[in-house]
Write a protein that binds this ligand. Structure first.
Ligand SMILES: CCCCCCCC(=O)SCCNC(=O)CCNC(=O)[C@H](O)C(C)(C)COP(=O)(O)OP(=O)(O)OC[C@H]1O[C@@H](n2cnc3c(N)ncnc32)[C@H](O)[C@@H]1OP(=O)(O)O
Length: 214
């Protein structure tokens, strides 16, 4: 077993022992949604410095309240009512993670991979009016990895190649899809794309996932 694998196994076991229950997940999902609104408000606000300082002090007090009962690690995942694994704190799909948009993935039946429909706000802006390329890469890596996992051949991202075909607009509905193209021993090759509302791909990606040895 590699060092990284041992760390992941130990971490996963510790977090499973301390998984949030459904009521806590529901409440924390609402809390994360409010924090996303707060992030948007901070990015857009035009308040004067005194008001910004006053709000910062209130937020520091709220942070202290949450930190009073701090988990050692973020919750790694939980089984949903439908039996599927939910990545609660994942930075792309995690409903409990305020930095996740979140992009919620669905499994396409009959080996069709995974897909997601989502809208990114201008909090994720790179060039004016368009999504940051690194954010597109993050979302695609998640979809690619999930497609490999759903295929029964999960792994770590070993390579990720991106083609930015046209700028990805924010504030409009986007679609992303990923599907396994080939499995070769421990290596799984996956293709993915983000598509704009006009049906044209804005970013295309190909990745190879490697199941760590052992
Ligand atoms: C559902 C959840 C979705 C989550 C999606 C998010 C995914 C992620 O973010 S993963 C995090 C980012 N990725 C990483 O941190 C990976 C870091 N790298 C590693 O851990 C290791 O290098 C790992 C696991 C990729 C490969 O390690 P190891 O198992 O020792 O591979 P190794 O035995 O050397 O190589 C196996 C084969 O893969 C090939 N290979 C390995 N890495 C690479 C690479 N980077 N590029 C090309 N080929 C590679 C080797 O050449 C070898 O090929 P062959 O069998 O033909 O000789």
């Amino acid at each position: 077993m590699s060092g990284a694998e041992a760390v992941m196994r130990r971490d996963f076991a510790a977090r499973e022992r301390h998984a949030p229950d459904e009521a806590q997940v529901a409440a924390l999902t609402g809390l994360a949604a409010r924090v996303r609104e707060l992030t948007e408000a901070v990015v857009h606000t035009d308040v004067d410095p005194a008001e910004a300082d006053a709000v910062a002090a209130e937020i520091a007090a709220l942070t202290a309240r949450l930190t009073a009962a701090r988990r050692e690690h973020p919750p790694v995942a939980a089984l949903g009512a439908d039996g599927r694994l939910r990545h609660l704190a994942n930075p792309v799909s995690g409903e409990l993670n305020p930095i996740a948009p979140p992009v919620l993935l669905e499994i396409v039946p009959d080996g069709g991979g995974v897909r997601a429909e989502f809208t990114l706000s201008d909090v994720y802006e790179g060039p004016p009016s368009f999504v940051h390329g690194g954010v597109s890469a993050l979302i695609l890596d998640q979809l690619l990895g999930a497609a490999a996992a759903v295929n029964g051949t999960p792994g770590m991202t070993a390579t990720l190649e991106l083609r930015y075909r046209r700028p990805t607009p924010h504030g409009v509905p986007l679609t992303a899809e990923a599907k396994v193209s080939r499995v070769d021993g421990r290596k799984t090759y996956v293709d993915a794309a983000i598509t704009g509302p006009d049906g044209k791909a804005t970013v295309q990606a190909t990745a190879m996932f490697v199941m760590p040895q052992g």
